[in-house]
Design a protein around this ligand. Structure first.
Ligand SMILES: [Zn+2]
Length: 311
């Protein structure tokens, strides 16, 4: 039920985007009341938050903290993932989105070491994380605002000495076939192992990937299946997978998303697959969707004002 409604309620255009403007899974927790900046932002309160956060070129000199929720928040004391590491490359450096909460920086480095153990992989290519202070972005991504989201390319990292120009130019590769109902021939067992390693990290809350990949992993996993619970089928996400960490332990002012439903989620993924292959008839009375207004500074959690103003 939920899946057919989701599938019919969201346009194909959205489904075509990679991580771009794709919505995250509904996050009822996010509506939990957090004090917002409101009018205390003065003249800036009504300015679009993406213009303010998108203009910051460096992190804030504050102790690290994620504030708000994944699609309405910011990050204090973010760190920048070094462009080059022994087992990773940060991609698309011109975007300046290789910033994150230190927990995420640590996670990415850790995952890159595990990926490098896979045949054919020398590590990982890391796509967008967050802006230097998080917050809404000038383009793409509704989430990635708290320094706890990261996009990892599906293209296995080969060269670890890419120039800046090469990092702009080379593209990841799509893993999907039949509009995401299945994986294509580029998908390998190594992809399974890299996603499994990511999902098995206790800091990870969920991983978004296209439905066909989840169905494939459900079929191929013969051992422990508990990690599959965190693998969430979603639109797009066939050039990269998206890792979302839980709020760091004892974090205040950071709102977690509800945990995924119990179980491995494989039946749901197969239902999603079936709906791609045989789309259910459109709902004759589609729920009215309010056009979303761009976030203004006043909408963001109160702590984000100091994140924006700090040196
Ligand atoms: Zn993403």
């Amino acid at each position: 039920m939920i899946f057919s409604r989701l599938l019919t309620g969201i346009t194909l255009a959205l489904a075509m985007t990679a991580c771009g403007g794709t919505p995250s899974e509904p996050n009822p927790q996010a509506s939990q009341i957090l004090p917002t900046i409101g009018s205390s932002g003065g003249a800036l309160s009504n300015v679009q938050a993406k213009k303010l956060f998108g203009a910051k070129s460096g992190g804030s000199r504050q102790s690290p903290a994620a504030f708000g929720s994944y699609a309405k928040g910011c990050v204090a004391g973010a760190q920048q993932l070094p462009e080059t590491g022994p087992t990773w490359q940060a991609m698309r450096l011109s975007r300046n989105r290789n910033w994150a909460h230190p927990e995420m920086i640590d996670f990415v480095k850790n995952l890159s070491v595990k990926a490098a153990r896979q045949p054919g992989w020398n590590g990982i290519y890391v796509g967008d994380m967050s802006q230097p202070r998080g917050g809404p972005m000038l383009s793409g991504h509704a989430s990635h605002q708290m320094g706890l989201d990261a996009d990892i390319w599906m293209l296995p990292a080969q060269s670890l000495t890419l120039s800046r120009a090469e990092r702009e130019k080379i593209s990841s590769i799509s893993m999907r076939r039949a509009k995401g109902a299945y994986v294509n021939s580029s998908w390998t067992r190594q992809h399974h192992e890299v996603l499994k390693a990511a999902a098995s990290d206790p800091r990870v809350a969920r991983i978004f990937v296209f439905p066909g990949a989840k169905v494939q992993m459900c079929a191929d996993e013969k051992g422990d299946r508990s990690w599959l619970r965190k693998i969430r089928p979603w639109f797009g996400h066939h050039y990269h997978f998206h890792v979302r960490l839980s709020c760091p332990k004892n974090a205040r002012g950071c709102v977690d998303q509800a945990a995924p439903p119990a179980g491995d989620g494989c039946a749901d993924a197969r239902q999603w697959q079936a709906n791609i292959l045989n789309p259910p008839p459109p709902n004759p009375n589609p729920p009215k969707r309010k056009p979303k207004r761009a976030l203004i500074l006043a909408d963001l959690p109160a702590q984000c004002q100091s994140v924006l103003e700090a040196n």
